[in-house]
Design a protein around this ligand. Structure first.
Ligand code: ADP
Ligand code: MG
Length: 696
């Protein structure tokens, strides 16, 4: 795209505010704005007018179809395309689109995971327009962001509970801001998701069943060179990738995604794209669009975009940083300002986040748990599986002084004075670059770094929003009966006490160190090391009550989500084990038999000539022993995989996959990888890490 055209093309395929303003009658536009920005309920007459304008606009962009674009529990987006055509009696067609079609759709819900919800309630699913996220045209299809719910109202998707959590946050934050004499129209969150990904050549991808079926390599010996030279991070971008990135930017900009930063990441072939932050649900939708476009654009460049959390052993995996803040009518509430009167408010919101993360560390951990992410968390390339908060030196000092004062002083004035001058400098604090912390304050926002690269960010954000809403409610309830004249000292007292109660979650040290897990255990912080362990906490009675209280997830919905996550984990590992078995039997063993056979023939021919061929004999022994070991290992894996698969209960299945199947997979992999080290290149049936990771 010629760069002069960027401003013109940006958002040209989005039914955004400008388009609405241009195309909707004034009263309709005003009413819709209230729905979007103030959470007012949606009127059907308005929907009819919006539908008409949307269709006319989409037709001009060449759209022939529309779809309700939604986010089922699979984690990816789903769409079913319906054309706009309506036949007329004279044999011609009209292009039509009604308010009803805009507002509600009825996809066949039976083929989406529901964690048993539909079976329980005998309910079909429907999609409902989410007017807070703009519609867009993608490849001749008008895409309408929607929520996906059962007829009895249970959430069947990732978006519905996210939107509910934003209502909870909005309600409680407004109560708190009212206490500070403010009455904002809308409190929301902002999210800036940094997306990591790998790009490899299509020919290498196509030659590896593990990449095709599992999105990651299940075998592969260590490449001769990895990331040890540290030259890839921010390094010059290779021309093929540069062309890809340019086209990706163009496509994203047209779709209104504010793609901002692109660079090479730590591992060879690894890259990152970061957009400018946006309102919470919109940012998540745009992240999903970004992931989809990343894959699509790669296919036009002979490349494949891998979004799995651990495509390759021996080099870093991919994550997604969830930069997050709270905003009231556009004002960032986690931005420490220079104005002293704002500082108490900042401290209250900060304290609520700290208390929220400590109280619900288990749910936050569970929200990012997946078979893929288990390869990263705690593996010295990503934050450990223990949730803690990094505040940076300045803010930490403020918090510590506040807590220490508690012991001997009740003079609130003094404490205020203590906090005020330091707060003004916090945005300039550059010591926040602690990459080992899972949840870091970075000047005016928090960055949650545990999320997996392929995950839908709705999951962690709904935990965060609800957990913070709970603390805000706690503050508002404590303050409500208090006289206005006592508000400041009482609020300071609440801040101090709450910080003291939750200080254990604050950790400014090295999260990768061996001491940290021990220290964390002493502090009583949960260390939920893998997915089965983490997701079980979703069913704790306190957690069921927590979600239900804020109307974010009912007990049935939460249970369904647990079942769906547990099943997903078991299914993914089952597929991985199947793929390993397939590759071993159909590719590796035959290749090793052929290669060793050729050596055996050579050894025997040489023996006839009176030559001992010592090295070849040794190699032959190693290869033959290797084939035996691989053969035993694959049989053992197949047995354990079948046993795990045959278990009825998803929790039992997960435990079996984690404790039995995964170690058997590791054993088989190591047996095969050792043979890759000594097998001839000509015989090895798949491209090696050396080739995949270092293309030109
Ligand atoms: P890093 O050092 O981790 O690469 P950056 O400074 O590049 O971080 O910013 C990362 C992301 O944080 C960007 O997407 C940016 O838009 C986002 N961000 C900045 N401010 C906010 C905010 N107030 N709320 C949410 N995200 C934000
Ligand atoms: Mg970051």
């Amino acid at each position: 795209m010629p760069k002069s055209k960027v401003t013109e093309e940006f958002g040209s395929k989005v039914f955004n505010d400008t388009v609405m303003q241009e195309r909707l009658p004034k009263p309709t536009y005003k009413e819709l704005s209230r729905v979007i920005h103030e959470g007012k309920p949606l009127d059907l007459d308005i929907a009819n007018e919006v539908a008409h304008a949307m269709k006319e606009w989409a037709l001009e962009l060449g759209a022939t179809h529309f779809t309700h674009w939604f986010q089922p529990l699979t984690g990816i987006t789903s769409e079913k395309h319906d054309s706009f055509i309506t036949p007329k009696s004279d044999g011609t067609v009209l292009m039509s689109f009604s308010g009803k079609e805009l507002v509600q759709g009825e996809p066949d819900a039976s083929s989406f995971p529901s964690g048993g919800l539909r079976a329980t309630f005998e309910a079909r699913g429907y999609t409902a327009w989410d007017p807070t996220s703009p519609a867009f045209v993608k490849d001749e299809v008008l895409c309408i962001p929607t929520a996906f719910i059962s007829y009895t109202g249970e959430a069947l998707d990732k978006k519905t509970p996210l939107l509910r959590s934003m209502v909870a946050l909005d309600t409680q934050a407004k109560r708190v801001l009212n206490l500070f004499g403010k009455s904002p129209k809308h409190v929301s969150t902002t999210i800036g998701p940094e997306q990591e990904y790998f790009l490899i050549k299509e020919e290498d991808y196509a030659a590896r069943p593990d990449l095709i079926h599992c999105g990651r390599t299940l075998f592969g010996c260590e490449p001769v060179k990895g990331q040890e030279l540290e030259e890839h991070y921010f390094g010059a971008i290779r021309p093929t990738v540069n062309e890809y990135m340019k086209e990706l930017d163009d496509e994203l900009w047209k779709l209104g995604v504010p793609a901002k930063t692109k660079h090479n990441e730590v591992a060879p072939c690894q890259h990152e794209l970061a957009p400018i932050f946006e309102e919470g649900a919109v940012a998540i939708d745009n992240n999903l669009i970004t992931m989809e476009m990343m894959k699509l654009v790669a296919s036009r460049h002979g490349l494949v975009c891998l979004q799995h959390e651990k495509p390759f052993e021996y080099v870093n995996g991919s994550g997604k940083h969830n930069n997050w803040s709270i905003v009231a009518d556009g004002k960032n509430l986690l931005d420490p300002s220079d104005a002293p009167e704002e500082n108490l408010q900042f401290l209250v919101f900060l304290t609520c986040v700290i208390a929220a993360v400590d109280t619900h560390a288990d749910l936050l951990r569970a929200s990012v748990a997946s078979a893929g992410n288990d390869h990263r968390l705690g593996a010295n390339e990503a934050p450990p599986a223990i949730i803690s908060i990094f505040l940076g030196d300045d803010l930490n000092q403020v918090v510590e002084s506040l807590i220490e004062k508690t012991a001997y002083s009740s003079q609130e004035r003094e404490i205020m004075d203590l906090g005020v001058p330091q707060l003004a400098d916090i945005t300039r604090d550059t010591t926040d670059r602690n990459r080992t912390s899972p949840f870091a304050f970075t000047g005016n926002k928090f960055e949650f770094r545990m999320c997996g690269s392929q995950q839908n960010l709705a999951d962690p954000n709904l935990v965060l929003n609800t957990a913070v809403a709970e603390q805000l409610e706690e503050f508002a309830n404590t303050m409500s009966p208090i006289d206005e004249s006592d508000f400041v000292p009482a609020a300071m007292r609440w801040v101090r006490h709450t910080l003291r109660d939750h200080q254990r979650i604050i950790f400014n040290g090295d999260g990768y160190s061996d001491e940290w897990p021990l220290e964390a255990e002493r502090r009583g912080l949960p260390n939920l090391h893998d997915t089965p362990t983490a997701i079980k906490t979703m069913l704790d009675p306190a957690n069921i009550e927590f979600y239900a209280k804020y109307g974010v997830l009912s007990e049935a919905e939460l249970h369904a989500r647990y079942i769906s996550k547990a099943e997903q984990y078991a299914k993914l590992i089952h597929i991985e084990a199947n793929t390993m078995s397939y590759m071993t039997r159909h590719m590796y063993i035959p290749a090793l038999v052929d290669y060793s056979g050729e050596i055996a023939a050579g050894v025997s021919a040489k023996a006839d000539l009176g030559l001992t061929a010592r090295a070849e004999r040794n190699l032959l022994v190693k290869l033959t022993d290797g084939i035996d070991e691989i053969s035993d290992a694959v049989e053992e894996l197949e047995k354990l995989n079948t046993e795990a698969h045959d278990l009825e209960d998803p929790t039992d299945q997960d435990d079996a996959y984690a404790t039995k199947v995964l170690p058997a997979m590791a054993h088989l992999r190591s047996a095969v990888d050792r043979m890759e080290l000594i097998c001839s290149h000509d015989f090895w049936p798949v491209p090696s890490y050396n080739k995949i990771l270092f293309y030109v």
